[in-house]
Design a protein around this ligand. Structure first.
Ligand SMILES: Cc1cc2nc3c(=O)[nH]c(=O)nc-3n(C[C@H](O)[C@H](O)[C@H](O)COP(=O)(O)OP(=O)(O)OC[C@H]3O[C@@H](n4cnc5c(N)ncnc54)[C@H](O)[C@@H]3O)c2cc1C
Length: 402
């Protein structure tokens, strides 16, 4: 592209792809360029997640997460039905044991109602037992609209649609620098230098760095939290009808280790949430010195660890010891034994943390001149992607308007 693109999007994850899709659907004449540093789309968060279509139970009413999850789920279901992408609405239960968890479960039921989650219903222990006999719980919230799919398939379909609609998708093209040009932004990449009238930063785990390169201090740093899974052995696969979750700690943006059915017929247990030594580090031993130094010298890290001392210690021990992971799973499913679980895959969440140690609770959409940055995209951003794209579209100028 010799002339500037109208819109360049950094990131071939599901948020960047969905945004490109929304732009071209609304304004088919847009000259759109999507830049992805890996060989294919969905190489990071989008390709390493639990594959759950969330319903919108957990999120603070009125937040971007709550709004985009409920709307995004509906848009995603329309899209996957249209495209013939495999999915299943298997439903889930969130299970409480003990008075504090029951109180938090009731708060979740109120949130589900406030967020407009269809069909969410509190169950007694007996009602739970009738649905999920293997699960121990005094009370549960049943969420029938939760589903499963493989977000890699959604991403690949979105990418195919984009190319058919005339977008230019450049893989193996890493963005290194962004500078203001004349009526445009100049983008320095591992390939050619490019220019665009408007930039969307959907770089996931690298989004704060891209924002800084574009001249915006986002006020947060992305800290990578690896989520590790175990697989349940095939003989145990028939044990659940749907997904089974504990009541999460309301102070943390993670859902607690849970059981997920995958659209490929497996059962996964996890993910935990452990600080990673590399933003794209999928194994315990992966270390990227630059990423590590950026995390360690960030004042927000120490404050966060101080604030969540107990949880951080528990996560570390649980990551290192299968017996501790198993014990947490047995709190939900007492019949589980060590031979039932074997190590599975992992994913890394891009969690933005403020300098005072607070973890960003909501997606952050920030503007800089000629650019829009999506900074914090942990769960449920895959479910929400098409609704996040609608939000972004409203902030991206039409061709000719810049
Ligand atoms: C363990 C785990 C479980 C999860 N489970 C769920 C779930 O069940 N349901 C759900 O809705 N959500 C879930 N999520 C969250 C979901 O996966 C993410 O919210 C979503 O994938 C974010 O998509 P993204 O496009 O913002 O980021 P990504 O998928 O990470 O994409 C960003 C892309 O930008 C590219 N990039 C980065 N820097 C550059 C650069 N300089 N130049 C060019 N390209 C660049 C990267 O290579 C990457 O492909 C989970 C996440 C994790 C990690």
């Amino acid at each position: 592209m010799a002339d500037p693109a109208d819109v360049a999007i950094i990131g071939g994850g599901i948020v960047g792809l969905a945004t490109a899709h929304a732009v071209l659907a609304a304004r088919p004449q847009t000259r759109l360029l999507l830049l992805e540093k890996e060989r294919g789309v969905a190489a990071h968060q989008t390709g390493h997640n639990s594959g759950v279509i969330h319903s919108g139970v957990y999120y603070r009413p009125g937040s971007l997460k709550a709004r985009t999850c409920v709307r995004g789920r509906a848009l995603l279901l329309d899209y996957v039905r249209e495209q013939g992408i495999a999915h299943e609405l298997c439903g889930k239960v969130i299970v409480a044991n003990g008075a504090p968890e029951r109180a938090r479960l009731e708060e979740l039921a109120r949130r589900a109602l406030a967020n407009g989650v269809p069909g969410a219903k509190l169950l007694t222990g007996e009602e739970l037992h009738a649905i999920e006999p293997a699960v121990r719980g005094e009370q549960a919230l049943q969420v029938p609209g939760t589903g499963i799919l493989d977000y890699r398939e959604v991403a690949r379909q979105l990418a195919d649609d984009l190319v058919k609609a005339g977008a230019e998708l450049r893989t193996e093209t890493e963005v290194y620098g962004i500078r203001p040009g004349r009526d445009c932004l100049e983008i320095e990449t591992s390939g050619d230098s490019l220019s665009t009238r408007f930039l969307v930063n959907a770089a996931g785990l690298q989004a704060d760095r891209i924002a800084r390169r574009a001249g915006l201090e986002p006020g947060v740093r992305i800290l990578p939290f690896r989520g590790e899974y175990y697989f349940l052995r095939p003989e145990r696969r028939g044990m659940f009808r749907g997904l089974v979750y504990p009541v999460p700690d309301p102070e943390l943006p993670f859902l607690g280790v849970h059981f997920t059915l995958t659209i490929h017929g497996e059962i996964e247990a996890g993910p935990n949430a452990i600080l990673a030594f590399a933003r794209e580090g999928y194994r315990k031993t992966d270390v990227n010195l630059w990423d590590l130094a950026e995390s360690v010298f960030y004042p927000g890290l120490l404050r966060m660890l101080n604030r969540f001392r107990g949880a951080a210690l528990h996560e570390t021990v649980r990551s290192l010891r299968k017996s501790v992971f198993l014990r947490d799973l047995q709190a939900l499913v007492p019949s589980l034994v060590a031979e039932d679980i074997s190590p599975g895959g992992s994913g890394v969440r891009a969690q933005a943390v403020y300098p005072d140690g607070r973890m960003a609770d909501d997606f952050l959409l920030l503007n800089s001149p000629r650019a829009l940055h999506v900074i914090n995209t942990p769960s449920p951003a895959a479910t929400s992607c098409l609704a996040i794209a609608e939000e972004l579209l409203g902030r991206i100028p039409a061709p000719g308007a810049t």
